[in-house]
Design a protein. Structure first.
Length: 76
């Protein structure tokens, strides 16, 4: 997993997380909409589940990369 995350730089992940996390700009972001649907129990359509995964993946990858970066940075 670490080797896969090493291929993505922090700036690229930050840009992807911001773009996909706030899309569409001007309306309620899909990520917030899908999280609200998940909390209310209405996230049942496969397309909505895929949309949640699509919009949250860069954020999750950024969090994991940050954790691994600081974990291995302190050991060196």
């Amino acid at each position: 997993m670490k080797n896969l995350l090493d291929k993505f730089s922090f700036p690229v992940l930050i840009i992807l997380a911001l773009l996909l996390g706030t899309a569409p700009i001007g309306a309620q972001p899909h990520l917030l909409e899908k999280i609200n649907m998940l909390m209310s129990g209405t996230l049942i359509k496969p397309l909505d589940i895929f949309d949640l995964l699509l919009h949250s993946t860069p954020i999750v990858l950024l969090i994991i990369k940050s954790i691994l970066f600081f974990k291995y940075k302190t050991r060196s």
